[in-house]
Design a protein around this ligand. Structure first.
Ligand SMILES: C[S@@+](CC[C@H](N)C(=O)[O-])C[C@H]1O[C@@H](n2cnc3c(N)ncnc32)[C@H](O)[C@@H]1O
Length: 342
């Protein structure tokens, strides 16, 4: 039966998960790490990874077609994209984020039509006490997997954020909901005059200490970053010139978002700034496929959503901030810079 060409966009969308699973399998096998270190031919790869001989060529060549591997004669190596982001030794490794997509989000998205009817999110479904984060962090293995997933965003956004804000005009910042501190450490490393605080819940402090040891051990970075444990709803926020809420407002209801933005305004000194970034939705709500689907993803995980640039600007303005024109940190992430008047 022939498939008319006009259906190809649908076929590609429907089979998009082939590519996702090919990618996840490469991470799970450790293939990209291996081929970033040293090239190998198919027979060698088949032996080393215990792959089935009949499947090895198609799998490796599919990864070549996906621009994740490069083939030279019969030798395969990691393509630049994979070497930059799929090798655990690379500074912008996002394997933890991919593992989270594979293990948590992929199965959840398999139940989308049921979710669209029931609206019952994963937090409601699987949480005994209604506190999803507390339960997640009570299990150190799951807590680690979550922090590694969040690192995926932090390592990609740290560079544009380090470049697109006037860091030379300030001395200190705090990343509120900063997870295990990856963004704090990257920003402080990019701007050696800066001091940064990661503010997050108490169970993440040991993960911060571990990362600070890895990234800052033996350097002055270790002395310029610190962890402050607390809840951004109830505890005093750090004393500093700039706050960051990165992928935080998208976790909460509009009411909670207003509360967080209001607390940030109250705690900042006059002239201070709040930087908010999220996968914000375009105001016409028709362009960003990723951002609109990410909004559904947030609804499925925690019952929250993404929001439009206008909505975000509205909450910040209501709190008393003067908001600058939105800045694209990358194709899917918008930054709003909100200044507290002097
Ligand atoms: C979606 S993650 C965002 C991580 C990181 N900022 C990023 O850009 O990817 C939300 C973070 O908010 C933290 N968080 C949740 N409730 C909190 C609270 N009440 N006080 C402080 N942090 C909280 C979580 O522990 C988690 O690290």
């Amino acid at each position: 039966m022939s498939v008319p060409d006009s259906a190809l966009p649908i076929i590609r969308t429907a089979t998009g998960f082939f590519q996702a699973q090919a990618l996840f399998a490469g991470i799970e096998l450790g293939l990209f790490a291996r081929l970033s270190r040293e090239p190998a031919d198919a027979a060698q790869i088949q032996r080393e990874f215990g792959l089935h001989p009949a499947l090895t060529h198609d799998y490796l060549d599919a990864l070549v077609a996906m621009d994740l591997l490069a083939r030279d004669g019969s030798t395969y190596r990691a393509a630049p994209l994979a070497a930059a982001h799929l090798d655990p030794a690379a500074p912008e490794y996002i394997g933890g984020f991919l593992a989270f997509n594979q293990r948590r989000l992929y199965p959840a998205w398999g139940t989308l039509s049921a979710f669209l009817r029931s609206g019952e999110n994963l937090a409601q479904k699987f949480s005994d006490k209604g506190d999803f984060t507390a339960e997640l962090y009570a299990d150190p293995r799951r807590a680690r997997a979550f922090t590694e997933a969040m690192d995926g965003y932090a390592v990609l956004l740290a560079r544009p954020l380090a470049e697109k804000y006037r860091w030379d005009e300030v001395k200190s910042f705090a990343d509120l909901g900063g997870c295990r501190g990856m963004l704090t450490m990257r920003l402080a490393a990019a701007h050696p005059h800066l001091r940064g605080v990661t503010f997050d819940l108490p169970p993440l402090e040991p993960f911060f200490d571990e990362l600070a040891g890895e990234l800052g051990g033996g350097t002055d970075l270790r002395d310029r970053v610190a962890y402050q444990a607390g809840s951004f709803f109830t505890d005093p926020l750090p004393d500093t010139q700039v706050y960051i809420f990165g992928h935080v407002l998208h976790d909460w209801s509009d009411e909670r978002r207003r509360e967080l933005v209001g607390r940030a305004f109250d705690h900042l000194p006059p002239g201070g700034a709040l930087l908010v970034y999220d996968s914000m939705i375009d105001d016409e709500r028709r362009e960003g496929v990723f951002n609109l689907l990410m909004s559904l993803n947030m609804a499925m995980i925690s019952g929250s959503s993404e929001y439009t640039v206008a909505e975000g600007t509205g909450w910040l303005t209501e709190a008393g901030f003067t908001v600058e024109a939105p800045v694209a940190l990358n194709e899917i992430t918008t930054l709003l810079v909100a200044n507290k008047p002097l």
